[in-house]
Design a protein around this ligand. Structure first.
Ligand SMILES: *Cc1c(COP(=O)(O)O)cnc(C)c1O
Length: 427
């Protein structure tokens, strides 16, 4: 492409991919193999010693997975990426690379319900401690930072409420304390918002959602922004101290601005093993080719449904950042002018029971625990995704008992509205 900088839609199709050198195959092949033949013993030794970069074993690296990694890194504007089996695996590996027993991190409270559990329950068993902050109040992050704090975590567009977060303000606080900002960009995708451009240092995704986009494959990814100095404070020994298993190599000194992605691969993925299958990597790559088209349609459909719901007599409120009078509208305009995403919540006047009848009355919309499918989806978070939480935690997470969450798909919007209309009539 010469010196031209390709646009987002071009990168979504071409970044990382080349015709297969052996067969000429134009689509990225599914390299369904566990292992790769070495040229000779010296080649094998240099691969194992990290002196040469190359394929050894699919738990650690695979050519289909590598195209997916390069593609997502390009779309997010990062230096490198690591694809893994799920969004939760990505989060686990990021924190494993950063945390030591007794450490803490500060996280926004408005998160995907599974992340609230992972951070608040399972991480405790490693003696890693989350401190919850008020998502809408950047100062509440700062007041919880102490000398054992290792990172700050937010979702750019928070699940399940669909609220935009002031990424730049929170990045500024993290950096003032020498900490990396980790952003879960699952709900926005890089089509709407690129957190690295607003000061984030690491981006994670559940590729299971809009990135893959078809509700058929689990995946996750870690994107290294290449901006954070892992050696300055001595707080990140996995990156700044010699690794005994790699002959005393210091990962940050050796790999520079993509050392974090390398550390996640050669420590976390190597030892815990949540590798993405080549088939899932292929499915997600195919999905990403149409990400710009799909996301725009998702946003346009969601805006139309939100506006329609807002005028309905049985609906008490609609939280959609794309509506002009929404309290979150200014942040949406600043961070994501192309649209406000596809996931939002609303409440029915008759509360819990009416919400249940509404969900059960839908015919085309599917009642299930996912977002970011081509199909329109609905769920009652309080009885499903956020059920493990106390009612207080549910309300804090934007998932109170009266809340219905929609993930609007890319069907004809008139059909989506017709289904919602007939189900509201029954509710
Ligand atoms: C689904 C989701 C996750 C977890 O991803 P999995 O692929 O299901 O492990 C994390 N964050 C957000 C915002 C999600 O929607």
């Amino acid at each position: 492409m010469g010196t031209r900088k390709p646009g987002f839609s071009t990168l979504a199709i071409h970044a990382g991919a080349h015709p297969d050198p052996t067969t000429g195959a134009r689509a990225t092949p599914i390299y369904q193999t566990t292992s790769f033949v070495f040229n000779d013993t010296d080649h094998a030794a240099s691969l194992f010693g990290l002196q040469t970069f190359g394929n050894i074993y699919t738990r650690i690296m695979n050519p289909t997975q590598a195209v997916l990694e390069e593609r997502v890194a390009a779309l997010e504007g990062g230096t490198a990426a690591l694809a893994v089996a799920s969004g939760h695996a990505a989060q686990f590996i990021v924190f494993h690379t950063i945390m030591r027993p007794g450490d803490n991190f500060v996280s926004a409270r408005r998160l995907y319900g599974g992340s609230i559990n992972q951070f608040g329950q399972s991480f405790k068993t490693f003696d890693w401690h989350v401190r919850w902050a008020d998502t809408a109040d950047p100062a509440s992050f700062e007041s919880q930072i102490d000398d054992r704090t290792k990172a700050v975590f937010i979702e750019s567009l928070a699940n399940p409420g669909g609220t935009f977060v002031d990424v730049a303000a929170i990045a500024e606080i993290a950096h003032r304390h020498g900490l990396p900002l980790i952003v879960d960009n699952t709900m926005a995708t890089p089509y709407l918002l690129r957190p690295l451009e607003h000061g984030a240092d690491i981006v994670v995704h559940s590729l299971t959602k809009f990135m893959g986009g078809h509700g058929n494959s689990m995946g996750g990814v870690i994107v290294d922004g290449g901006t954070f100095d892992w050696s300055a404070s001595g707080k990140y020994p996995a990156l700044s101290e010699p690794r005994p298993e790699y002959a005393g190599m210091v990962l940050h000194a050796t790999f520079g601005n993509f050392a974090f992605a390398i550390a996640c691969r050669v420590l976390g993925l190597r030892d815990f093993g949540p590798a993405i299958s080549p088939f899932n990597a292929f499915q997600i790559l195919t999905g990403i080719e149409t990400l710009p088209l799909r996301m725009q349609r998702h946003c346009d459909n969601a805006a139309a449904v939100a506006r329609w719901l807002k005028g309905h007599g049985k609906v008490s409120w609609v939280n959609y950042a794309g509506l002009d009078d929404d309290p979150n509208h200014a942040l949406q305009q600043r961070y994501s002018p192309r649209g406000a995403g596809a996931v939002f919540t609303f409440g029915l006047k008759d509360g819990y029971e009416s919400g249940k009848r509404f969900v059960e009355g839908l015919e085309m919309l599917s009642h299930l625990a996912n977002i970011g499918d081509t199909r329109s989806l609905v769920i009652h978070p309080a009885s499903t995704t956020h059920r493990q939480l106390t009612e207080e935690q549910q309300v804090a997470a934007g998932a109170g008992p009266d809340v219905v969450r929609l993930s609007i798909g890319i069907e004809d919007v008139a059909d989506i509205i017709a289904d919602v209309e007939q189900a509201l009539a029954k509710a």
